[in-house]
Design a protein around this ligand. Structure first.
Ligand code: PLP
Length: 330
């Protein structure tokens, strides 16, 4: 990843939590993130007593919109509001606009933590995801691009002090045996999972082009149904690791399409059906429905199709055929 430290942790969630702890995030602080992500991203902010502040997404990449981020920081910082961290998410396997986000963040002196739980293996301007900001977190949950056989995660940083704190915090703040300098938790990477990862990691580079080839095949096959299906767009200068292959369809037919595929034995998933600002757990934030319209429409329109390095062309043809049948085009 081009960084000096890779600290194994118990899961992606643990990695996100420890990163914020290493930045001393606590009660009364505000941390900016995306409303269109897995719950953990904002969950860890709230767990530390801080307040998640959501900035809407870019409708093309589904990642935090850096223009809206700049607008929020301009307006809020003029009123004296300070933010403790910014957590962009590199969703579906494509990096967020890390340079642009980094630029506004450094203008206001705010550290950036990339939630790279879905983008391990992606590249951004010839650099790797997990080496693009001060701290990056990935997950090795089995469904992620590099999966172990249970829970696992890793935090990447160039900062020696932060790396030291992460190593201490993941082990109950222990410096020497049974000498605890601060309060941490058990968030270590399990040794058995680490052993699995060492083997799987040795094949990882070979799997990346297979994932990309599968995505390219979907794109070609789905081009016939352009009026019904929007395929994912990878911006220039980037490669996606396609943790998900997520299409976008009209909201009124989306759930019907998922059902119809399921009846034909084709599994799909919705990443994610409810944006975080309108999750019951965050209703105390008092954010109105309709206030983050891009995240809300994405939640109604996305559908992830089966993808992995070993999916066959025949299987992909069958998936696309079933989509065509649903829309009555084949
Ligand atoms: C999977 C995931 C997480 C959490 O990782 P775990 O290892 O399941 O704890 C956090 N953020 C995103 C975007 C994820 O996809």
């Amino acid at each position: 990843m081009g960084v000096r430290h890779a600290v194994g942790v118990g899961s992606g969630t643990d990695g996100l939590l420890l990163s914020l702890m290493a930045l001393d995030v606590g009660p009364g602080d505000e941390v900016i993130t995306s409303p269109f992500t897995f719950f953990a991203t904002a969950g860890v902010i709230a767990l530390l007593g801080a307040r998640p502040v959501f900035v809407d997404i870019d409708p093309v990449t589904f990642n935090l919109d850096h223009v809206k981020l700049g607008d929020l920081l301009d307006a809020a910082c003029k009123q004296g509001r300070r933010f403790k961290a910014i957590m962009p998410v590199s969703l579906y396997g494509q990096c967020a606009d890390m340079d642009e986000i980094g630029k506004v963040a450094s203008q206001y002196g705010i550290p950036v933590v990339e939630d790279a739980c879905q983008s391990f293996g992606a590249t951004y301007k010839a650099r790797r995801s997990c080496g693009l900001s001060g701290m990056e977190v990935t997950s090795f949950y089995p469904t992620k691009p590099l999966g172990c056989y249970g829970d696992g995660g890793m935090v990447f940083t160039d900062d020696d002090l932060i790396a030291g704190r992460l190593k201490s915090l993941r082990n109950h703040g222990q410096k020497d045996r049974y000498r605890h300098e601060e309060i941490g938790l058990n968030a270590r990477l399990d040794a058995v999972q680490a052993a699995v990862l060492l083997v799987r990691f040795s094949h990882f580079e070979d799997e990346l082009p297979l994932r990309q080839a599968a995505a390219t095949r979907y794109e070609a096959l789905l081009s016939e149904f352009q009026s019904h299906v929007k395929t994912p767009l990878v911006l220039s200068g980037r490669t996606s690791v396609f943790a998900q292959y997520t299409i976008r369809v009209a909201p009124e037919g989306r759930d019907g399409l998922a059902r119809s595929l399921s009846e034909k034995g084709i599994p799909t998933a919705i990443h994610y059906p409810v944006p975080l600002h309108i999750q019951p757990a965050f209703c105390y934030l008092g954010i109105q429905k309709g206030s983050l319209p891009e995240a809300e429409s994405a939640a109604n329109e996305v559908l992830s199709l089966p993808i992995h390095p070993f999916i066959t062309e025949g299987e992909q043809v069958a998936v696309v055929q079933a989509i065509g049948e649903y829309y009555g085009v084949v």
